[in-house]
Design a protein around this ligand. Structure first.
Ligand code: NI
Length: 262
């Protein structure tokens, strides 16, 4: 039983066959999925998807790429969406200094606003941090985001940084990159990280794990991530699946989620 804690099933790459993709994830033993919004439009779609499937929960937020989406009106609208009963987190939010699609000052402002909203609504956050480790940690600390907690998604920092992340009480989610042949840092993190701070994810349709690398990713492939982590840690895939499922349920407040099998 797997928990894919980061999927973008609302993405247009799934327009043609979304229903099939979702039925495949159930067949592959994925028990729960968090569908994550990136801007106003995808946050809205995220809410819609969660209403259709009882095993898909959602997050709403503004990604650093879309920081220019932030204004009084969108913030009000987002707050409404975040109050929907099946929305369990604010995300994805953070900083991206790799692409720099939005000016950094605006990214930081947006990130702080989103943390503020999460604290107001008492929801955990899903953090996107690409080549912005220092500023991300700084803002997380300054805004006291540890009060709501959350996850560093697609964790790409060092093991040194991971220790700091854990001290703040955050989880780290590992995705398809851990299966890549040239992966080094994330393999070290996977090896060292205690199971109680670990989550798994796909970030589909991006970052498909080996042997699907380069193809469209989907939640059913999350088992490949768990398999590789198990191999690195020298434990069983069941142990990885069980721990990450429990961690995810704890973080997103789904411990009372009743499993409904078809
Ligand atoms: Ni994502």
């Amino acid at each position: 039983m797997f928990f894919d804690t980061h999927a973008h099933l609302d993405d247009e790459q799934f327009t043609e066959d979304r229903v099939d993709v979702i039925s495949r994830l159930r067949e592959a033993g994925v028990e729960l999925v968090i569908n994550v919004g990136c801007n106003m439009q995808s946050s809205l779609k995220s809410v819609e998807i969660t209403k259709e499937y009882d095993f898909i929960y959602g997050a709403v937020g503004i990604h650093p790429h879309d920081a220019s989406d932030l204004n009084e009106e969108s913030l009000g609208q987002l707050r409404e969406l975040a109050r929907e009963p099946r929305i369990v987190a604010v995300g994805e939010i953070g900083l991206d200094y790799y692409y720099d699609y939005s000016p950094r000052e605006l990214q930081k402002k947006c990130f702080r606003e989103m943390i503020g909203m999460a604290k107001e609504l008492k929801l955990p956050i899903i953090i996107h941090d690409r080549d912005a480790h220092e500023d991300t940690l700084k803002i997380v600390k300054e805004e006291k985001a540890n009060e709501v907690g959350g996850v560093f998604h697609c964790y790409s920092g060092s093991w040194e940084m991971a220790k700091e992340v854990m001290k703040l009480g955050f989880y780290m989610a590992i995705g398809g990159a851990v299966t890549f042949k040239n992966a080094k840092k994330v393999v070290e993190v996977a090896q060292e990280i205690p199971l109680d701070h670990l989550l798994i994810e796909t970030d589909c349709p991006y970052l498909a794990p080996v042997p699907y690398r380069g193809k469209r990713n989907e939640p059913a492939y999350v088992s490949k991530v768990a398999e590789r982590i198990a191999e690195i840690k020298g434990i069983s895939i069941e142990e990885v699946a069980k721990a990450t499922l429990e961690n995810g349920k704890r973080l997103f407040g789904l411990t009372n989620h009743l499993e409904v099998r078809d």
